[in-house]
Design a protein around this ligand. Structure first.
Ligand code: AP5
Length: 217
């Protein structure tokens, strides 16, 4: 039976950074609902138009929209080797919807990997994040600066800041996380899903060294 993982934690905990490394290492699909939504916003699709106002305000996109995205990706060929969910589920209806999809598709949840990071660190990480609009590389002006200020090391493009990384929006995203998403850990505990907690305050390499062995068969 196909086994999937959830990478869990507050905004800026390092889910995208760690998920990309794990996906490459183990040949898994990283399904970031945030990335799918940002791509839709950039392309100006109906989904993007619908999602943009929620994202820019730091609010959650409606559950039905998110579950539709996940259903589409889970049915695709790329999901056959296993999926790392990044930024999903974020609400109880999403977690329950995922359970239903996994049963329908003959898959199971192997574990929830939690990155524990303090709110003060989150604010610094998100306010310092810069991304390359051309190749997708992610930097941080405080922790992982590019060699040339404001320019991507890989392709030289001018780096941009996510609209939802503005100070007010970061605070709202954290409130939403604590109110709606963090309680899902109780849901998984009650369902006897394995929950591994990792100290996400350390360097990218140290966190990766803790996570990677958890994915071994
Ligand atoms: P999403 O894109 O999922 O954003 P998020 O969960 O807020 O997470 P981030 O991408 O901001 O952070 P991350 O944990 O991936 O950290 P990263 O590795 O980038 O969602 C955005 C929006 O879309 C939501 O607000 C919502 O509107 C909508 N949405 C998405 N999914 C949804 C869902 N399921 N339901 C409803 N709405 C949904 O790292 C952050 C920074 O820190 C980077 O600069 C990085 O270089 C740096 N960094 C990472 N690790 C370390 C480290 N160990 N030490 C130092 N710096 C580090």
């Amino acid at each position: 039976m196909q086994e999937d993982l959830i990478l869990f934690g507050p905004p800026g905990a390092g889910k995208g950074t760690q998920g990309a490394l794990l996906a490459e290492r183990y040949g898994l699909l990283r399904l970031s609902t945030g990335d799918v939504l940002r791509d839709a916003v950039q392309r100006g699709t109906q989904l993007g138009l619908e999602a943009q106002r929620f994202m820019n305000a730091g609010e959650l996109v409606p559950d039905s929209v998110i579950l539709g995205i996940v259903r589409d990706h889970l049915s695709g060929a790329a999901a056959q080797r296993g999926v790392i969910f990044d930024g999903f589920p974020r609400t109880l209806p999403q977690a329950q919807g995922l359970d239903g999809l996994l049963v329908q598709l003959g898959r199971r949840l192997r574990a929830v990997l939690v990155l524990d990071v303090d709110d003060d660190t989150i604010v610094k990480r998100l306010s310092g994040r810069r991304s390359c609009p051309t190749c997708g590389a992610v930097y941080n002006v405080y922790f992982e600066p590019p060699r040339q200020q404001g320019r991507c090391d890989a392709c030289g493009a001018e780096l941009t800041q996510r609209p939802d990384d503005a100070a007010d929006t970061i605070r709202r995203r954290l409130q939403v996380y604590h109110a709606q998403t963090a309680p899902l850990l109780d849901y998984y505990d009650a369902a006897s899903v394995v929950v591994h907690r990792v100290d996400g305050e350390r360097s990218i390499e140290e966190v990766q060294a803790d996570l990677a062995p958890l994915l071994l068969p």
